[in-house]
Design a protein around this ligand. Structure first.
Ligand code: SAM
Length: 235
């Protein structure tokens, strides 16, 4: 399930309740170090970059994202930021180095998070990220019981800890759950569409999904089971 880079970035901010909350929490976890340069990986519309700017007002900010539409909005919020419109997984950072790299709810879209973790820690003193764990969206997924739904592969807490500990030193880590209740399944689905989580589905599955969505009139709670972690290179 790829992130849909063609999403209407204009609707993103209205629907991204978990991303906003997590951005503040992630920046709160960052160490009190001398941070002169920050790169936001999968910067989107700039939630975490704005928080980082408040925390490190004199740091040079770089925003990297593969979606031009999202970056356009981020740039309008932070005009002095440097913009890199590229895929973080294939981008060669070359001689660029940063005191801090941050990724808020973006690395779950990566094909190989572990390879990225190794790469970014060669170019950043710290790498802080937030990621939803695999118990996220449980009630929503339950309503599609019996249908093979497209889903990104989310890690368990144990799996993500294993990956991080095998490649980095953990400075600090935190877990919490953010929820929002939508009046029905159609509204909950709108949340996913507007944050870019859409996927090509065959017409047969699509019609089964549509029928379930139309018949599900009860409120539904979306849960983001979040794992936040600040890492640095292990010596
Ligand atoms: C859910 S949004 C989160 C955006 C932002 N960090 C926030 O807190 O609102 C995920 C973002 O990651 C970006 N993204 C996903 N995979 C990427 C990749 N491989 N390289 C660069 N950006 C990527 C998407 O384009 C999208 O803007």
């Amino acid at each position: 399930m790829p992130f849909d880079t063609a999403i209407s970035a204009l609707n993103y901010d209205e629907y991204a309740f978990a991303q906003k909350f997590s951005a503040k929490e992630l920046v709160r976890l960052l160490p009190n170090d001398n941070i002169a340069s920050v790169i936001d990986i999968g910067a989107g519309t700039g939630f975490v970059a704005l928080e980082a700017k408040k925390r490190f007002p004199y740091a040079k900010l770089t925003l990297l994202d593969r979606s031009r539409g999202m970056l356009r909005i981020a740039k309008s919020k932070i005009p002095d930021a440097t913009i890199i419109n590229t895929d973080a997984e294939t981008f060669a950072f070359a001689i660029q180095n940063f005191d801090m790299a941050i990724a808020n709810l973006s690395v779950q879209w990566f094909k190989d998070f572990e390879a990225f973790l190794k790469k970014i820690l060669e170019h950043a003193k710290y790498f802080a990220f937030s990621i939803p764990l695999n118990d996220s969206f449980a009630d929503y997924m339950d309503i599609f019981n019996g249908i093979k739904m497209p889903r990104i592969n989310l890690y368990t807490h144990r799996e993500i800890l294993h990956i991080v500990r095998s490649n980095a030193e953990i400075v600090t880590a935190k877990q919490f759950i953010v929820t929002k209740t939508y009046p029905n399944a159609i509204e909950a689905t709108r949340h996913f569409r507007n944050i870019g989580a859409t996927s090509p589905i065959n017409t047969d599955t699509q019609s089964k999904i549509s029928a379930i969505l139309k018949s599900h009139k009860a409120p539904i709670t979306l849960n983001y089971d979040m794992f936040l972690c600040v890492t640095r290179q292990a010596y």
